[in-house]
Write a protein that binds this ligand. Structure first.
Ligand SMILES: [Mg+2]
Length: 180
């Protein structure tokens, strides 16, 4: 079977994923750099069997601790900061991030997929703000400047491809990538 992709709807979609969202938000609240600190969010610090809800990128890389790890697996290292979740704050920040997208596109162009992942359709925004890569960079810069929060952005002609692009490329490079 062949599929002619040229007949499928062709839009400009950004898939925006916050890096280690809970860990990054908590890092900022603690005055730490989300990308440099070793931070894990654990359900209950008083229980050794408590589950790790989120880990910062360096925590994953340097200590192999990730979502689903147990607190007793975390080594005793002075560089490591353990915090309990602040769900209400994460949700509030997520709402603020949606507001940030709304600077560039109308509300009905924003599809909030989860607390840390959104798709936005920028078809109507390019004449005002520039091409897809430019808009992705602006959003990424705004987030870093105003929230100190890192994100990865995939760009594609539909939600599936923008998500694939994000998972395959953008996360590795820590940036945004055009694939239209
Ligand atoms: Mg994420």
């Amino acid at each position: 079977m062949t599929v002619d992709y040229s007949v499928l709807p062709h839009h400009k979609i950004l898939c925006i994923d916050m890096k280690s969202f809970y860990a990054s938000c908590s890092a900022v609240m603690e005055g730490l750099d989300p990308l440099e600190c070793h931070l894990a969010v654990v359900g209950d610090k008083s229980r050794q069997g408590s589950i790790v809800l989120a880990a910062s990128p360096r925590m994953k890389k340097d200590f192999g601790i990730k979502t689903g790890s147990r607190m007793f697996e975390i080594p005793n290292d002075p560089r490591i900061r353990l915090v309990e979740p602040k769900m209400a704050t994460y949700v509030r920040i997520s709402t603020e991030l949606t507001r940030l997208f709304h600077r560039y596109v109308p509300k009905d162009a924003i599809h909030t997929y989860s607390v840390d992942e959104s798709f936005i359709k920028i078809d109507g925004a390019t004449s005002l703000w520039g091409d897809a890569t430019t808009i992705a960079r602006k959003i990424k810069d705004d987030m870093e400047r105003e929230f100190q929060l890192p994100c990865a952005i995939g760009i594609g002609p539909n939600m599936l491809l923008s998500k694939l692009c994000l998972d395959l490329e953008a996360k590795k490079k820590g940036g945004c990538r055009v694939d239209i």
